[in-house]
Design a protein. Structure first.
Lengths: 175, 111
């Protein structure tokens, strides 16, 4: 059964534990994958997702129903992922690095095309990465992405198209 | 001819994977975490309330000597209580205090 955001909000207000279970049901996978695409490593994604969900639970009272619940949740998750990336700023992310450092990296290197696409996305500045991932993988509209990235829909649209062009260039020049 | 890249060839496929049953275990761990946080909350609230009351009492005793004495209020309340007494009781009290050489007017003029 699909749970919509209104059900989650109502349940969170009535019975936080039940509401949180509904929220987890709907968001644990999309949120994990969103973080994973940004931080790459499974362990890091798990840590950041855990922090994000705890933050969501603790600060649910601050959520304003005038805004999209999905955008609010993704914004918290994005901040956790960026915080984690910031902590290791001196060490830029790439899938190859994860292979070198993690014994069980949970990355399938056999699918070369997807590995290359992820490396292309990871080579983008964070703003373009965010715009591309949320549009391409999560199929969000520009307004919702703007809420997550704390910017305007026009700026997100521009970031998305620039990102797309850069990815095409990367994919065709690195055979 | 210029080479191009077709996003549809890759679609939403990703090279990333997760351990078996990862999402089920993750959800259960999160629920345990949230429950433990909720059960700690009433204790935290009770403890913070007790600390707040204790701090208020301590502050009262520390600040009391610094607060200005309100003799006017004291005098008014004594006068009110005195007026509520019967005439006989008032006479008795006047006699007692006259004997001890304490006049009500002393309070009024020498606060």
């Amino acid at each position: 059964m699909m749970t919509n955001d209104k059900d989650i909000i109502y349940a969170m207000r009535e019975d936080a534990e039940r509401g949180f279970r509904l929220l987890m049901l709907s968001y644990k996978e999309p949120l994990y994958w969103h973080i994973r695409r940004l931080v790459v490593s499974h362990d890091d994604a798990q840590d950041a997702a855990q922090e994000a969900f705890i933050r969501i639970f603790r600060s649910f009272g601050q959520y304003n129903e005038a805004n999209s619940l999905r955008a609010w949740i993704f914004r918290i998750a994005t901040n956790e992922a960026l915080r984690l990336i910031d902590r290791r700023r001196e060490d830029p992310i790439s899938i190859d690095k994860v292979l070198d450092t993690e014994v069980d990296s949970y990355v399938n290197y056999d699918d070369l095309e997807t590995v290359r696409l992820q490396n292309a996305i990871l080579s983008l500045p964070p703003k373009q990465q965010l715009a591309f991932n949320l549009r391409y993988y999560d199929e969000m509209d520009y307004d919702e992405i703007a809420q997550i990235a704390d910017t305007t829909a026009a700026s997100v649209k521009a970031s998305y198209y620039v990102a797309k062009e850069k990815i095409i260039k990367f994919m065709t020049s690195n055979d | 001819m210029e080479k191009t890249f077709d996003f549809e060839q890759v679609g939403k496929r990703m090279p990333y994977d997760v351990p078996n049953d990862f999402f089920d275990k993750f959800e259960e761990n999160m629920m345990v975490e949230v429950k433990s946080r909720r059960s700690k909350k009433p204790l935290r609230i009770a403890l913070s309330s007790i600390l707040a009351v204790a701090a208020a009492i301590a502050l009262f005793f520390v600040m009391q000597p610094l607060l200005p004495k309100s003799n006017v209020d004291d005098f008014e309340s004594v006068e009110l209580a005195f007026n509520n007494l019967s005439t006989d009781d008032q006479d008795f009290l006047i006699q007692v205090y006259e004997d001890e050489d304490i006049l009500m007017n002393d309070f009024e003029f020498n606060p």
